[in-house]
Design a protein around this ligand. Structure first.
Ligand code: PDD
Length: 286
């Protein structure tokens, strides 16, 4: 059975979904997107994802083509139409189809596309071992808070880690930690959990918010502030977070062990709490 996707008002098999070559998403990368994890058929933090979608759309001046109620219905329907276990819903809105011209076209309908993929979270062995990461200068643009489909910088940076046999590329701008190519980053130093604030240099991660909420509720010592590159390199623990990675320990950075080279005690606690949070908020609702 083929995957069922949504394109501009219709559900259809993915083989039948086509976008004109003049779509500005294709020509300019002129669009925004969301990735929403779905556990036991329940979208995780849907209203927060829809709020971030609205933020991205506002920043790039595309009118939201759907109300939150319509998005909720569409997301619900694509979940139901795709079988299997946990899912990852990808949704994308571009400025639409128009003759190539950098200036915004007038009177053009945004293109709306949604698909469902199996949600592949890190295997237990990877959670146990942690992952290798490398670092690179963050040369992306200064609007990383927009969840833009223009991801060439992120793709080039991610590929550096693939080439090095690592899981992620952790980024520094002007000597400060920003994020990683497709995740947010947390650091533990002397028992304190550190992470950069949400500003124009990082994507405001939904998982980042959940991790901070859990950490504060469980009275971890937390500091949301600029984190120096030197602090990251001397960290006791480093974590990366995203909708698909959840919370994952980084055990080597640029080939050197982080702490004792194994996932640390705060990571183990947070990972367990995150799984419990999912269990309480998603599975039981099912
Ligand atoms: N990426 N930072 C960047 C640059 C990201 O691309 C992502 C997520 C995150 C974490 O955000 P969240 O916790 O809301 O997933 C941070 C998604 C998963 C992707 O592009 O596939």
């Amino acid at each position: 059975m083929s995957d069922i996707v949504y394109l501009n008002g219709k559900f259809m098999p993915i083989e039948e979904a086509h976008v004109p070559v003049l779509d500005r998403g294709f020509i300019f990368g002129d669009g925004v997107y969301e990735v929403i994890p779905v556990y036991s058929k329940h979208p995780f933090r849907l209203s927060e994802h829809l709020r971030r979608l609205q933020y991205s759309l506002d920043k790039v001046r595309i009118t939201n083509p759907c109300s939150d109620a319509e998005w909720t219905r569409l997301v619900g329907e694509i979940i139901q139409r795709n079988q299997g276990g946990d899912q990852s819903i990808y949704l994308q809105v571009t400025r639409g189809v128009a003759k190539r011209d950098h200036a915004f076209p007038k009177g053009v309908r945004p293109t709306v596309f949604m698909m469902s993929n199996p949600l592949v979270t890190p295997a237990p062995a990877l959670v146990e071992s942690g992952v290798a990461c490398i670092t690179a200068p963050d040369y992306r643009w200064l609007n990383c808070d927009i969840k833009s489909v223009s991801l060439l910088g992120n793709c080039l940076l991610r590929q550096l880690s693939v080439d090095a046999g690592a899981a992620e590329t952790i980024l520094f701008r002007d000597g400060k930690l920003t994020e990683a190519s497709a995740s947010n980053v947390f650091v533990v130093r002397d028992g304190v959990l550190l992470t950069p604030p949400k500003d124009n240099l990082v994507l405001p991660g939904i998982t980042y918010d959940v991790v901070l909420e859990i950490a504060r509720a469980r009275e971890f010592q937390v500091e949301v502030r600029a984190v120096d590159e030197t602090e990251v390199r001397a960290a006791d623990e480093i974590w990366v977070t995203s909708s698909t990675k959840e919370v994952l320990a980084v055990t080597t950075l640029d080939g050197k062990p982080v702490g004792d080279g194994r996932p640390g005690p705060l990571f183990r606690r947070m990972h367990a709490l995150y799984q419990q949070f999912k269990q309480d908020h998603m599975r039981k609702a099912a």
